[in-house]
Design a protein around this ligand. Structure first.
Ligand SMILES: [Zn+2]
Length: 217
């Protein structure tokens, strides 16, 4: 018997700017990130507050180019506040976040182009797992939600239609894998303690069952 959860419980928290994002033409990958720190927190609310209100978070998603080019403006904003027009353009750059308690929030429409990894933004959906997996493991609730999400993304007909997954193939990669493939230094994202290879296996397992013609209806 196949252990399959139907549509996961996803809380939609799309900002106005998120709804105006350009669209991807194709989806061939799911990129996994870690997000959060002891200073800024590890909750969905902390994620939202950072990208929609914190000078560094707003600069990350509203100003293009490398980080060092944004530093002057970030420092200015720390003194005088983030201008309203920048706040209005800010959005959370991941499609999904998965918190320690296993809850899942959606921040971008499925077809929207994210701003999480310049190498895969045009073809990937981004999952941010909330936690620092360089020094601690994800919770079992978090892993459970990730597994259900992988299966659902692979199986759900509507999801595939909305996400326009190419030929049913969805590769799962950690952010560092993209960086290293492009000769950049890894950032410890998602971190060694997040078993993203195992997560990719869950996705592959679901995809294989589809290939074998299993029909859940
Ligand atoms: Zn990352």
């Amino acid at each position: 018997m196949i252990d399959f959860t139907l549509v996961p419980d996803i809380e939609r928290r799309l900002s106005p700017a998120a709804k105006r994002r350009p669209q991807r033409a194709h989806t061939t990958q799911l990129t996994i990130h870690r997000w959060g720190s002891d200073d800024i927190g590890f909750g969905h609310d902390d994620l939202e507050a950072f990208f929609l209100g914190d000078p560094e978070g707003v600069a990350t998603v509203t100003i293009s180019g490398p980080y060092r080019g944004k530093l002057h403006r970030i420092n200015t904003w720390r003194r005088v506040g983030v201008p309203d027009d920048y706040k209005a353009r800010a959005f959370v750059p991941y499609h999904l976040s998965i918190a320690d308690d296993g809850s899942v929030a959606q921040w971008l429409p499925w077809l929207a182009r994210g701003a999480h990894d310049r190498y895969s933004n045009r073809r990937a959906i981004a999952n941010a797992v909330l936690g620092d997996f360089r020094d601690r493991a994800p919770s079992s609730a978090q892993l459970h939600s990730l597994r259900d999400l992988m299966k659902w993304m692979m199986w759900d007909h509507d999801f595939k239609r909305f996400a326009r997954i190419d030929q049913g193939v969805l590769y799962v990669r950690g952010h560092d894998e993209e960086l290293v493939n492009h000769h950049e230094s890894p950032k410890g994202c998602p971190g060694d303690l997040l078993p993203y290879a195992e997560i990719a296996e869950w996705a592959q397992g679901a995809a294989n069952i589809i290939d074998q013609g299993f029909n859940r209806f």
